[in-house]
Design a protein around this ligand. Structure first.
Ligand SMILES: C[S@@+](CC[C@H](N)C(=O)[O-])C[C@H]1O[C@@H](n2cnc3c(N)ncnc32)[C@H](O)[C@@H]1O
Length: 306
């Protein structure tokens, strides 16, 4: 009986619309959730910002890990036209989510599944969202990093250890009573392609082809290493992967004097194609690179979760 009353309260809250469901947060605490973390809903204003931050669109497939009352999944479908899946272990919340999807007219684009989030196949997702404990995010991190480069990830309040976010925001949310009351943190990442390794490259400089070798190391999305030109000149590499997009600069190291090079390109398998700008010259010169020895990502301090 108590459960039915709770259920009815949920439905009436959803009937007030998505914006009004921000106010549902406190009542929703009546439901504790099942699994590795209790149920706490993300305030709707934060849901909206999370989905905007990852530029969710109608070609996306979002998976919300631990979907609660389904608000991320339903908003993804209703406001952004995306397909979305929510997984949760709490049957009551799954029922609430399914009812809400029906009410909002998005059942064709959304699915809720009773499933452990750690056993969920993430391979089709283009966007993953979480509002989980830091230790759960860390446990998920290896599977997320193994996804297709370019997959976006967005998390409420808790980050991913020393995989620093590509973007983050702090929102003032007066109605939020848990975590850091009144404040929500949003973090987002793009799964980086693995560029670590040895690359052979040619750049056309003043009509002459100059051969370069890049020795890159990679820590999550950050790349650094050495660039060596034929003849020995070289420099220090610093840059970043955003999915398959690579961007780095090469600048002089120590006594060596080379002009600063700004590289950008797209990595597809073992090949990078892009352009380079040299010194103060704004000309974009074509640049390609071929992987000759694949490296591995530098191990994180916090690997394996905590
Ligand atoms: C903090 S709530 C977040 C709900 C929703 N994503 C949101 O942001 O409003 C976490 C949810 O994860 C679910 N959960 C906890 N452990 C889980 C597990 N191992 N597998 C699936 N769901 C889980 C809980 O039942 C709860 O609904």
């Amino acid at each position: 009986m108590k459960a039915i009353k709770r259920y009815q309260r949920y439905l009436s809250l959803w009937a007030l619309g998505l914006a009004a469901s921000m106010g549902a947060a406190a009542s929703a605490h009546a439901q504790s959730g099942v699994g590795d973390v209790v149920y706490v809903p993300t305030p709707q204003v934060v849901v909206d910002e999370m989905l905007n931050m990852v530029k969710l669109n109608k070609s996306d497939f979002l998976i919300d890990l631990g979907s609660g009352d389904g608000r991320l999944v339903i908003t993804a479908a209703k406001k952004h036209g995306a397909r979305a899946l929510g997984v949760d272990l709490d049957r009551y919340l799954l029922k609430v989510a399914n009812e809400a999807a029906q009410k909002e007219g998005v059942t064709e684009r959304v699915t809720f599944r009773e499933q452990n989030l750690f056993q969920t196949d993430l391979s089709d997702a283009t966007v993953i969202s979480t509002y989980l404990l830091p230790s759960m995010n860390l446990k998920l991190r290896p599977s997320i990093l193994a996804l297709k480069p370019g997959t976006r990830v967005v998390a409420h309040d808790y980050a991913m250890g020393d995989w620093y976010p590509d973007e983050q925001k702090t929102l003032v949310v007066p109605e939020k009573k848990v975590g850091n009351p009144g404040i929500s943190y949003i973090f987002s990442w793009v799964v980086p392609a693995l560029a670590a390794g040895q690359w052979q490259s040619t750049i056309n400089v003043s009509g002459k082809d100059v051969a370069y070798q890049f020795d890159l190391t990679q820590f999550f999305q950050n790349i650094d290493g050495n660039a060596t030109a034929a003849g020995g000149a070289g420099g220090e590499v610093r840059g970043k992967m955003t999915g398959e997009q690579i961007r780095f600069s090469v600048s002089s190291r120590g006594a060596q004097k080379i002009e600063r090079h700004e590289f950008q390109g797209v990595m597809k398998g073992d090949t990078i194609t892009g352009t380079v700008r040299i010194g103060l010259d704004s000309t974009q010169r074509p640049w390609t690179a071929k992987l000759i020895k694949r490296g591995a990502m530098t191990r994180a301090q916090d690997e394996g979760g905590n």
